[in-house]
Design a protein around this ligand. Structure first.
Ligand SMILES: [Zn+2]
Ligand SMILES: [Zn+2]
Length: 352
């Protein structure tokens, strides 16, 4: 199958992305701006914050990572659009990952803006960002990795791998909980929330039927597919959630997708189809590898799959992600009766 390549909405933005640069602050269309906000030490490099003009200020979709550099870039981008940080009335957060949610608290502090989040992600805020609760989260991650057959020596390293970045996020409690289908009620905007769990349990996209645009967060991107993984804060079958959420946005009649990373593009339905095909291929590969072994742990299966580079060269944090992504595919196959899990130390996977 030849891979479908999306058409960029703005070639200059795509070229900046492809060239390893940060794109320009840009007026996407009347009343709507795109502001790239840098992310530290991350191959994604920036999050695209969208600025929606209102009669008395602006609302923003996502905020960026909580660093001074990111904050300054957001302030500078707002200035290009003719606004100050104090003009921000609301922050619509697609999901709680630090590159989207991290800066929301600081924006609220400066402007008095409300912060909106889906309840399923709001629930995770305390556990994820509160020092008192973090130990239990690390403990559950360790247990999950142990049952995947992660070698004891690397367990500690892997279980705590994301804790170092946690401190860069301020623990901001949301002011507004937004559910599937909710109208946001922003003056001049017919914006509606679409709940798209999978990448995160409370991931939200926002659609404007009138302007025919979809703010897709990390749910649908031009080139990469978002991480969908089993972890202590995911549901039991996040890949089923994710594929269901892809089907939900595929139906939307939009002409342009405004994602949080990379670049804006056209052809939502075709892109959704190719992401679905990617997961189909991955599921088939994993089912094949399970079938070739007589009972294997998730970690051992993960080491035998094709990744973008040789397993030995993948750093610990990404190996954990790879393991947890493999587990998400195994859980999906198990729910469909295509593989069988025998619980133990570790859990072993067999052909059905
Ligand atoms: Zn994310
Ligand atoms: Zn992201």
């Amino acid at each position: 199958m030849t891979k479908f390549v999306v058409t960029p909405a703005n070639v200059a933005q795509r070229d900046a992305w492809a060239g390893g640069a940060i794109p320009e602050v840009e007026r996407v269309r009347p009343g709507l701006w795109s502001v790239p906000v840098p992310i530290p030490v991350n191959p994604l490099r920036y999050v695209l914050v969208y600025v929606l003009e209102l009669p008395d200020g602006v609302a923003i979709v996502d905020a960026g990572w909580n660093t001074d550099e990111a904050y300054d870039a957001l302030v500078a981008g707002l200035a290009v659009a003719g606004y100050a940080i104090t003009d921000v009335k609301g922050v619509l957060v697609t999901h709680i990952h630090p590159d989207h949610y991290g800066l929301a608290g600081r924006v609220r502090e400066m402007s008095g803006a409300w912060i909106a989040l889906h309840p399923a992600d709001a629930r995770l805020v305390r556990e994820r960002y509160d020092d008192a609760a973090i130990d239990s989260l690390v403990e559950r991650e360790r247990e999950l990795l142990r049952r995947c057959g992660v070698p004891a020596l690397t367990l500690d390293e892997l279980a705590g791998a994301s804790m170092m970045i946690r401190h860069m996020v301020t623990m901001a409690k949301p002011d507004r909980l937004v559910e599937d289908g909710d109208e946001l009620g922003l003056p001049g905007w017919d914006l509606r929330a679409v709940w798209t769990p999978g990448h995160s349990p409370g991931h939200l996209c926002f659609v404007s039927p009138g302007r025919r645009v979809l703010f897709s967060g990390d749910h649908v991107l031009a080139k990469i597919t978002p991480m969908v993984a089993v972890h202590p804060q995911s549901g039991p079958n996040p890949l089923a959630d994710y594929l269901g959420s892809l089907a939900a946005v595929r139906k939307l009649d939009v002409e342009e997708v405004l994602p949080a990373h990379e670049y804006r593009f056209l052809e939502l339905a075709e892109r959704v189809d190719s992401v679905m095909a990617h997961h189909d291929e991955r599921l088939a590969e994993i089912e094949r590898v399970v079938g070739s072994l007589d009972g294997a742990a998730c970690w051992d299966l993960a080491t035998r799959l094709t990744w973008s580079r040789p397993w030995e060269t993948i750093p610990p944090f990404m190996r954990r992600a790879a393991n947890n992504e493999t587990l998400a595919h195994l859980a999906w196959l198990e729910a469909r009766g295509r593989v069988r899990r025998v619980a133990g130390e570790p859990d072993l996977w067999f052909p059905a």
